[in-house]
Design a protein around this ligand. Structure first.
Ligand SMILES: [Zn+2]
Length: 411
């Protein structure tokens, strides 16, 4: 049997628009990314619409699509995916909600990360809120940094939330007035009350007093959103007969991987932020290829750079992904008989708006059986090269895994 390996690299939020401060180029065009360009050139470039119209352009929906799962069928909310990643079981009447620790200043959504608060600090704060609610059916669970969860343990027929419950992701509304984005619809009274309890517990908590003293933004508020019940998805191995592994520092992405039945590989030094250890991710991914058929590496840094409006940081993140992750993986793949590599962001994150965008993303893939495009990897060449457009984007995965598909005849 020939050895066949697949690699997926997800530079989160990498796709963008031409940006004035980058001399009218997109970050992918401005960055020096010779290894990704080589993949585009020796293989194909194309686009995928990973966010169907009725969804917000968020990583959860977009990652499901990218891994081949139709969000129309499988998406139940963001927080349930994160709960899966954290090993939290949800019963049939339970709901999970994302609980951001964040900074609200002048009643505006100032910083949805609370200055990228450490996980240890976050844990103390979340535990303080939980202590206040010890006898309710609500559980606050600490996660990574500002990304924590609230679980509502429901009883049959008593669920306070419905499809009509509306919550807003704070990262899509930087600096906007908080009051315009509070939860609405069924169950929102309870959520607003919990957010008030959060304010009370957090404002003079020792962790925050110490942060203020050190000149750091305090985590003076919680923000509840992304609610949903547990999804049920067929395992990736069932669908494609491949054993997969995922490397990501972000609970949400790990959660999608976990529901797909992939093994989660933890990399020391992976932070989910700009200071992540790129080289370690590359090394661990190369190593994982020995025992898995498919290895997926997700890097959050380009998305975070866009949210912060830092174009140079975004360019640098792309260059480091190219050099320290794509390069070693591309080289390692050559030692196997058959292989394919896919570079694809889940969604776009625009420097201009500092928010996610629903436009189709550009991807590049190379390997066994694919035609040669001779193109570079960027948004314009994916759009203009006459490459395939997958709409819905979930159809890309099947083609990527099909070594008899040469990259033509799909749009
Ligand atoms: Zn994302």
């Amino acid at each position: 049997m020939p050895s066949t390996k697949f690699v997926i690299v997800i530079p989160d939020g990498a796709a963008d628009e031409p940006f004035a401060a980058l001399e009218g180029r997109t970050p992918l065009q401005a960055a020096s990314i010779p290894r990704m360009d080589q993949i585009a050139s020796e293989g194909i470039v194309g686009r995928s619409r990973n966010v169907p119209d009725r969804f917000l352009p968020a990583s959860d929906v977009a990652t499901l699509s990218l891994l081949g799962y139709d969000p129309e069928r499988y998406y139940t909310g963001r927080a349930p995916l994160e709960a899966a990643a954290m090993g939290i079981e949800l019963g049939p009447d339970d709901w999970a909600l994302r609980c951001n620790l964040m900074t609200i200043r002048d009643e505006r959504l100032t910083d949805f990360t609370a200055g990228h608060i450490t996980s240890a600090e976050g844990r103390s704060l979340i535990e303080a809120i939980q202590a206040d609610l010890a006898h309710s059916n609500v559980e606050f669970r600490p996660g990574v940094s500002y990304r924590n969860l609230m679980i509502y343990r429901g009883r049959p027929g008593t669920t306070p939330f419905t499809e009509e419950t509306v919550t807003d992701p704070p990262h899509d509304h930087p600096d906007e007035p908080a009051v315009e984005h509070l939860p609405r619809g069924p169950g929102s009274d309870m959520l607003r009350a919990l957010m008030v309890i959060g304010d009370l517990e957090l404002s003079d908590h020792p962790v925050n007093l110490a942060r203020i003293k050190a000149g750091k933004p305090p985590a003076n508020a919680i923000w509840l959103w992304g609610q949903g019940k547990a999804p049920s998805m067929p395992k990736f191995a069932q669908l494609h007969h491949l054993k997969g592994a995922i490397i990501s520092a972000v609970d949400l992405v790990r959660g999608v991987g976990k529901l797909a039945g992939w093994t989660r590989i933890d990399v020391p030094g992976a932070t989910g932020y700009l200071d992540t250890d790129y080289a370690a991710k590359g090394r661990f991914a190369v190593q994982a290829l020995e025992s898995f058929d498919l290895v997926c590496v997700h890097v959050e840094a380009p998305d975070e750079a866009s949210h912060e409006g830092r174009h140079q940081a975004k360019v640098e993140a792309l260059e480091r992904i190219d050099h320290e992750i794509v390069g070693p993986l591309r080289k390692a793949l050559e030692t196997y008989d058959q292989w394919r590599i896919l570079i694809s962001p889940d969604h776009s994150t625009l420097l201009r708006t500092r928010a996610h965008d629903r436009a189709p993303v550009a991807w590049a893939m190379a390997g066994t059986g694919l035609a040669r495009s001779g193109k570079a990897y960027d948004e314009a060449s994916a759009r203009l090269a006459g490459g395939p457009l997958f709409d819905p984007g979930c159809r890309l995965m099947e083609r990527f895994l099909d070594l008899s598909w040469d990259g033509r005849g799909e749009s």
